[in-house]
Write a protein that binds this ligand. Structure first.
Ligand code: SF4
Ligand code: SF4
Length: 309
């Protein structure tokens, strides 16, 4: 027990020193309930054209298939709530995309964490994931006591809301496990359901991904956004934060202190007209390290055009 406690303390202290805001640990096991929910969601086509969500189903529901001999799932939250807002005439960009691409930033931190565990505890195996298809991050966060899953599908931390990236490290290191979060503080609130511009939030904590503005503006690879969505995007050009912005628990959000997430000035200041006038060359230069590069110049242009139609 003393060794388990020592190793657990080491992991939690190291994650804090790497700049993660919360760390919860859960026993690695197959997620049967989540598997059933995911299967139903996929069968209903709520992933739209995101075919990758269908892949590796077995791996997604069982961490021991991702890391042989896995004993623990370490879940980490990293705050991205910015201390600055976009100007009023800027087309909407989701707050997570204000700065550098979080995949790169967090992947580096996960690598450092694994390295540090190996140096200080011994030869352990582990794989880090950040927003990558094979892991059910929110389920692990719930199981590790970090919060509940709100009606808008986001993990909500009672002390500081939902503007967090979720990363996981699956490892064969045995650790002490946190208690799961068993309460749900959404209560009778329906603010996110009422505010969603496209009606993507359904009863029973189901979000129809194929109707979400984030899906249309980022994930949809075909060039055309369906005509029935016209006039419904509330000026969101890349992603959408509406269901988080209206959530009462986000009044507890505090600005992050991660220098890599500092807003790119153009994200805050460019007007819709300036975006429309931008050349592909400038876009590539300004946003080469940004999540916006995921949509590519063509995708951003398509989104801008759709907002004007
Ligand atoms: S991100 Fe926007 S479109 Fe998607 S569910 Fe939330 S409010 Fe609706
Ligand atoms: S807006 Fe209300 S219902 Fe939606 S996630 Fe937040 S607390 Fe829950």
């Amino acid at each position: 027990m003393a060794l388990l406690q020592k190793n657990t303390d080491f992991v939690k202290l190291t994650t804090a020193s790497l700049g993660f805001d919360y760390c919860g640990i859960s026993k690695a096991m197959q997620l049967d309930e989540d598997a059933a929910r995911l299967e139903k969601w996929l069968n209903q086509g709520m992933h739209g054209t995101m075919q990758y969500m269908e892949n590796h189903f077995d791996l997604r529901i069982d961490p021991t298939k991702l890391v042989p001999g896995a004993k623990s799932v370490i879940t980490l939250l990293k705050n991205y709530y910015p201390d600055q807002q976009q100007s009023d005439d800027a087309p909407g960009i989701s707050k997570y995309a204000f700065g550098k691409d979080y995949h790169d930033v967090i992947r580096e931190k996960l690598k450092e964490l694994i390295q540090s565990i190996k140096e200080n505890i011994g030869e352990v195996h582990g794989r880090g994931f950040v927003d990558s298809a094979p892991v059910l991050e929110r389920s692990w966060a719930l199981r590790s006591g970090l919060g509940w899953i709100g009606k808008n599908g986001n993990l909500i931390n009672k002390k500081s809301g939902s503007f967090y990236f979720i990363a996981t490290l699956i490892t064969d290191l045995e650790l002490l496990y946190d208690d799961p979060f068993v309460k749900d503080y959404c209560g009778t609130c329906t603010k996110c359901i009422d505010a969603c511009p496209t009606g993507a939030i359904l009863p029973g904590k189901v979000v129809d991904g194929s109707k979400c503005i984030s899906y249309f503006t980022i994930e949809l690879k075909e060039m055309l956004i369906p005509g029935e969505m016209k006039g419904k995007f509330d000026n969101w050009m890349f992603g959408c934060d509406t269901c988080q912005d209206v959530c009462p628990w986000n009044r507890f959000s505090n600005p992050h202190n991660e220098v890599n997430f500092s807003p790119i000035p153009e994200v805050l200041n460019l007007s819709t007209h300036e975006w429309e006038m931008m050349t592909e060359e400038s876009f590539k230069k300004l946003f080469k390290d940004s999540p916006l590069s995921r949509s590519k110049f063509k995708g951003i242009q398509r989104n801008l055009k759709f907002l004007q139609e």
